[in-house]
Design a protein around this ligand. Structure first.
Ligand code: SF4
Ligand code: SF4
Length: 187
């Protein structure tokens, strides 16, 4: 014996009632009927959707500022913070006349998140000093190729006319923490 917890199992002979199975079938049917009258735990997804938390960590969004310019300055802090190494980007210099497109002098010409690597931990959101990246309550994503799950700016940057509300994620305590971090980053 490898441990003292070993137990010798003896095969028990079935009695008459166990051999005819009827009591077991009856017991199973009673359980099934009881469940028919219980409150259902399943929903008819996708027609019906569950209410999820305001701080649920779903697909990302790259935010624009109040004038519609991209907030991301391609500092790379989100990529450094990402434990799954899911974020890559290429920085570029803003040209004259592009002020309405990019808020800072540097911006992400390419910004990609490999959603198959992402573990939705939210560290990128926490690391961002520019309030540029947020996780959202968007969850649906299905495709046939792995390549389609590398989300570029076309999928990540919010459309100018369809802003994504993230105010519920910006709890005062989170904002205060980020502002302090932004100040120390700019020093
Ligand atoms: S949520 Fe986590 S794993 Fe996903 S991209 Fe952000 S930091 Fe990386
Ligand atoms: S941390 Fe924020 S500003 Fe910096 S690259 Fe990431 S999303 Fe852009």
């Amino acid at each position: 014996m490898l441990t003292s917890r070993a137990k010798v199992v003896v095969k028990k002979e079935m009695n008459f009632w166990e051999r005819i199975y009827l009591p077991a079938i009856l017991g199973g049917t009673i359980i099934t009927i009881k469940h028919l009258f219980k409150r259902k735990t399943t929903i008819k997804y996708p027609e019906v959707k569950r209410e999820i938390s305001a701080v649920y960590r779903g697909q990302h969004v790259l935010k624009r500022d109040e004038n519609g310019a991209e907030r991301c300055t391609a500092c790379g802090l989100c990529a450094v913070a990402c434990p799954a190494e899911a974020i890559t980007m290429t920085a570029s210099e803003r040209k004259k006349g592009e002020e309405h497109l990019y808020r800072e002098e540097k911006y992400a010409a390419v910004y990609e998140i490999n959603m198959l690597r992402c573990i939705f931990c939210g560290l990128c959101e926490e690391a961002c000093p520019k309030e540029a990246i947020f996780l959202t309550d968007r969850v649906e994503s299905s495709d046939y190729s792995r390549k389609a799950f590398i989300f570029g700016k076309d999928k990540l940057v919010e459309p100018v006319d369809q802003r994504i509300d993230v105010t519920k994620r910006q709890l005062p305590v989170v904002l205060e923490f980020k502002q302090k971090k932004s100040l120390s980053h700019n020093r």
